[in-house]
Write a protein of this length. Structure first.
Length: 503
C-alpha cells in the first residue's frame, strides 16, 4: 500500500525524497512512537589507552532503511590536477587538491549520474580514518542566527571531499572546518576522525559554526543523534578546536550556553527535548551500562557525560556488543515486551556497521583495518578488511534495494529477516553459535595474515592483503548462507508448532 507514494525516508537524520516507503519502516516508526522524519545512527569511540591492544577504535551504525544495500569500495590514489567537485545531490561545489590519496568507503548502491553517494566511512593511505555522519538537530534560536546552506556540504559528499586529502585526525577537523566556514553546511552533523594516536569528534552546529574535541586516550564515548560536546576550552588547542569567533557569535546572538567568556556547544546549538529523552539519551545509557557497569545511572538522566572510563579494556567484540544492543538484558529490551518507548542502538534500519581500527602493534602498511558488518550487526559478522589494497571483495560491490543471492548485504540482511519472527529462540539457538565460530576464525585469520604480511612489501604486500580480504569475505558469507538455510527450516518448524497450538 506504500508503493509509489512520495514520502520521506530515514538517512542519518536527513529527510530524503523517495517513491517507496517499506511497511517495515512504518511499523518501526510507529513502534518507536515517532514520525518517519527522524534521526538515526549511533557512534562509539575508544581511545588508545582504553582499548585492549593500544589501537584507536572509531565505530558507528549507519541506519537508513529496511532494505538498502551498501557497497564497499577502494578509490586508488590520483594526481590529475586541480578538480572541481560538484555534488549531484545538492550542487555543493568545492575545488579539490591535485593529489588524492587512496581511500576506502561504503557508498550506497544507488549513484546519481555515476557519482557515489553517502561514502560514510573509510581509511586513507596515511592511516587516517573518517566516519560521517552522526546526524544531529539544531535548536531554533541557533538556526535562526546561522541557517544551514541549501547548497552547502552534506553527508552525501562529506567523506569524498575530505578523506583523500588529510594526513592526521586533527588535520581532518581543520580541513573540514575550513570548508564549513567558507562554503557552509547543509546539515547538523557529527564527524569522526582518527589516526593511530588520536580520535577527534567534530560537531557542525549550524551553517558555519562547528566545534571539535579530542577523545581522551583512556576514555570512550557513546554518541547518539544529539550534540554532545560541552564546554569549549579553546585555549587548549591540543584538545579543543572550533570555528573562529564562536564565543562572540554565541554571546552576540544570546544563545544558550554562554557563561563568563566560555561556550557550552551542546547548549548553544543542540537540543534537549522530549524526543531526545526517548530517542537519543537512552542509547548513551545503554552503551555506558555495557562498558562501565559499575556506574549506576538512570535511563531518564537529562545529560550524560560525553566521556567515560571503561571498567575493562575495550576491543572489537565489546564494541560489537554495544552496537548490537537493543537494551539487551534489561526491562527495556526492544526484542520483548519493553516499556518506555525508548529507541535502541540496534534497529531494523541498520544497513552497515563499521569499526575503524588503527593499530599501534604492527607495521604501518598493515595497521589499518576496516571491520565491516553488513545489515544488522546483531545478525551479521564484522569482517576485518585491510585497507592497503587494490580492490575490494566482489560480493561487496553488489546489491541494490531488491533481494539477491550474491551480494554480501543481502546475505546478512536475510539472516536478520529470517530471525525476526522468533528472535528470542533463533538468535540464541542458531545465530549466536555461528557468529562465535566465525568471529573466532576471522580473528585467527587476521593474526595469521599479519604474521605473513610483515615479510612482504610493495605490490606483493598489496596483492596479499587484497587476497586475504576476499578469503575472509568468502568464508564468512558461506557460513551465513548455510545458517540462512537452517533458519528457514527452524522458522518453518516453529511456525507449524505455533499454528498447531492455535488450533
Amino acid at each position: 500500500m506504500y508503493n509509489q507514494v512520495e514520502s520521506i525516508k530515514l538517512r542519518g537524520g536527513k529527510i530524503m525524497r523517495t517513491t517507496k516507503l517499506l511497511p517495515g519502516l512504518v511499523a518501526f516508526a510507529a513502534a518507536m512512537g515517532m514520525g518517519i522524519a527522524a534521526n538515526a545512527c549511533t557512534t562509539v569511540l575508544v581511545g588508545k589507552d582504553a582499548s585492549t591492544d593500544g589501537s584507536t577504535l572509531a565505530s558507528r551504525n549507519e541506519d537508513v532503511d529496511t532494505s538498502w544495500a551498501k557497497h564497499f569500495i577502494v578509490h586508488q590514489a590520483t594526481s590529475n590536477g586541480p578538480t572541481q567537485y560538484v555534488s549531484k545531490d545538492n550542487n555543493f561545489t568545492v575545488n579539490l587538491p591535485a593529489q588524492a590519496q587512496r581511500y576506502t568507503s561504503t557508498p550506497d548502491w544507488q549513484q546519481i549520474d555515476g557519482q557515489n553517494q553517502f561514502g560514510e566511512d573509510g581509511i586513507n593511505s596515511s592511516n587516517v580514518a573518517m566516519s560521517g555522519t552522526e546526524s544531529g538537530t539544531t535548536n531554533s534560536k541557533a538556526l535562526k542566527a546561522d541557517p544551514f546552506v541549501k547548497d552547502g556540504l552534506a553527508e552525501t559528499s562529506i567523506l569524498d571531499v575530505v578523506l583523500p586529502y588529510i594526513t592526521s585526525a586533527k588535520e581532518g577537523v581543520q580541513y573540514l572546518g575550513h570548508i564549513i566556514e567558507t562554503k557552509g553546511s547543509a546539515e547538523n552533523n557529527g564527524v569522526i576522525f582518527s589516526d593511530k594516536n588520536d580520535i577527534w569528534y567534530m560537531e557542525i552546529g549550524s551553517g558555519h559554526q562547528w566545534a571539535a574535541v579530542r577523545v581522551p586516550d583512556d576514555m570512550y564515548a557513546v554518541i547518539p543523534n544529539q550534540n554532545m560536546i560541552g564546554k569549549l576550552k579553546l585555549s587548549d588547542s591540543s584538545n579543543y578546536l572550533a570555528s573562529p569567533g564562536i564565543t562572540n557569535f554565541v554571546k552576540s546572538h544570546k544563545l544558550n550556553g554562554y557563561k563568563n567568556g566560555t561556550v557550552d556547544f551542546a547548549l548553544a546549538f543542540g537540543t534537549n527535548s522530549k524526543s531526545d529523552a526517548t530517542y537519543n539519551r537512552p542509547r548513551v545509557w545503554d552503551g555506558q551500562r555495557i562498558l562501565t557497569p559499575s556506574k549506576k545511572q538512570s535511563i531518564t538522566t537529562k545529560r550524560f557525560s560525553m566521556f567515560m572510563k571503561p571498567d575493562h579494556k575495550i576491543g572489537v567484540r565489546q564494541i560489537e556488543k554495544v552496537l548490537s544492543s537493543h537494551f539487551t538484558g534489561t526491562k527495556y529490551d526492544s526484542n520483548g515486551k519493553w516499556v518506555g518507548g525508548y529507541r535502541p542502538i540496534n534497529v531494523p534500519t541498520d544497513v552497515e556497521s563499521h569499526i575503524l581500527q588503527i593499530r599501534n602493534n604492527v607495521p604501518n602498511d598493515i595497521a589499518a583495518v576496516q571491520w565491516l558488518a553488513m545489515a544488522s550487526p546483531a545478525t551479521s559478522a564484522y569482517i576485518p578488511f585491510y585497507t592497503n589494497i587494490k580492490d575490494t571483495p566482489a560480493q561487496y560491490k553488489l546489491g541494490t534495494d531488491q533481494p539477491d543471492a550474491k551480494s554480501a548485504y543481502w546475505t546478512y540482511k536475510m539472516t536478520r529477516i529470517l530471525t525476526d519472527p522468533y528472535k528470542d529462540v533463533l538468535i540464541s539457538k542458531d545465530v549466536t553459535p555461528i557468529k562465535e565460530v566465525v568471529n573466532h576464525q576471522l580473528d585467527m585469520n587476521l593474526e595469521n595474515s599479519d604474521n605473513h604480511a610483515v615479510h612482504l612489501n610493495g605490490d606483493d604486500l598489496v596483492n596479499y592483503l587484497t587476497e586475504q580480504n576476499q578469503m575472509n569475505a568468502d568464508y564468512a558469507q558461506t557460513q551465513f548462507q548455510l545458517l540462512n538455510q537452517k533458519l528457514i527450516q527452524d522458522a518453518s518448524r516453529l511456525t507449524k508448532i505455533v499454528q498447531n497450538k492455535d488450533l
